[in-house]
Write a protein that binds this ligand. Structure first.
Ligand SMILES: Nc1ncnc2[nH]cnc12
Ligand SMILES: [Zn+2]
Length: 350
């Protein structure tokens, strides 16, 4: 790999913002800014239990994952029409392009919408159209990952997969999200087996709040190719060795972990420990509208809080993000090249 020259600390934030990167852990419903929630509520005549944008924003004081999910699902209730899904994804992709995101793999939660009577085609077609337009408008490639809600039954997930079958050419893979504790990955063994047989990529949230055992079963039972979050792996040395040996990517979300009280302070985040143990860590925003930052904010705030993180780590994190993506090898090579050029430019300007 490219040998990264030292870069002065004061130039690091600029480099973090400028470097091309992939975002692999973003819930599109978590990109709905309060202003857009209110605009869509008005457009669609959906009542909200908050009087104003400010009142809604004030409710964003979370104590754990569940306290966030309750508000997140309420926010998603304003999405009814294909254009709503398009507008939401379009806004995220425009924002991601500003952060020099070259490639995004976007989670969506169809069950949140189908449970309210919205057809799955409405959801997928709106999101897919925004992804297609992002390529022409921003030169950004984007694909979709359908997530099953783990607090619901496996039968519900199987029914959702059935509904999605005619639209499978519009998604790259499936994931597992929502309330982690009490809902281990093995609850979804059959639906994930079916997805793998259909040729879909497979990822799963595990070890966000839940124990290392959930990461083991995401790997062994679901055969997950990436682990979303995975920060609890540090409590299990054998698991750490496996994740490092097999180069299984972790899509880590520092500001999410902070806002959901997984770590008391950003300075206490274990991302550096994971990286130094040889894990293929990436940095992502999770639900940027709720956690106070898009992907570049995650990079800059984490690096500011953990001064031991250097330009070498920044390069590794961006490189990992492309390598861990489900994009074509030729695209990965092109992004790796752009990344190297960006770092070379930064050192030449010294
Ligand atoms: N951080 C998170 N964990 C689990 N499910 C989610 N859905 C949206 N954000 C999530
Ligand atoms: Zn997530």
């Amino acid at each position: 790999m490219f040998k990264v020259p030292p870069i002065p600390a004061e130039r690091l934030p600029g480099l973090l913002r400028a470097m091309p990167k992939a975002e692999l852990h973003i819930h599109i419903e978590g990109s709905l800014e309060p202003e857009m929630i209110f605009a869509l509520a008005q457009r669609n005549g959906v009542p909200l239990p908050y009087a104003s944008v400010e009142e809604l924003r004030r409710a964003y004081a979370f104590t754990d994952l569940q306290s966030f999910l309750d508000i997140y699902y309420a926010g998603a209730s304003v999405l009814l029409h294909e254009q709503d899904f398009y507008d939401m994804a379009r806004a995220y992709l425009a924002r991601a392009a500003m952060d020099n995101v070259a490639h995004a793999e976007i989670f969506f939660d169809p069950q949140t919408h189908t449970a309210r009577g919205v057809h799955i085609e409405t959801v997928i077609n709106g999101l897919h159209r925004a992804c297609a337009d992002a390529r022409s408008s921003h030169g950004l490639s984007a694909s979709l990952i359908l997530c099953f809600l783990r607090h619901l039954s496996e039968e519900d997930a199987l029914a959702t997969l059935e509904q999605a079958l005619p639209l499978l050419d519009r998604i790259v893979g499936v994931g597992l999200d929502s309330s982690e504790r009490g809902h281990p990955p093995e609850k979804f063994a059959r639906v994930f087996e079916r997805c793998r047989a259909l040729g879909l990529h497979v990822v799963a949230h595990a070890g966000e709040e839940g124990p290392p055992a959930y990461i083991w079963s995401a790997l062994d039972v679901l055969q997950a190719e990436r682990i979303d979050h995975g920060v609890q792996a540090v409590h299990d040395p054998a698991l750490m060795r496996r994740l490092a040996d097999e180069r299984i990517p972790l899509t880590v979300c520092p500001l999410s972990n902070l806002k959901l009280c997984v770590f008391p302070r950003l300075a206490d985040h274990n991302l550096l420990q994971l990286l130094e143990a040889g894990l293929a860590v990436t940095v992502n925003s999770d639900d940027p509208a709720y956690f106070g930052g898009y992907v570049n904010d995650n990079f800059t705030q984490l690096f500011a809080a953990v001064p031991a993180l250097t330009a070498r780590h920044a390069y590794q994190l961006a490189w990992n993000s492309f390598e861990a993506s489900f994009a074509a090898e030729a695209d990965k090579r092109a992004w790796h090249h752009r990344l190297k050029e960006c770092f070379e430019q930064f050192t030449e300007n010294d």
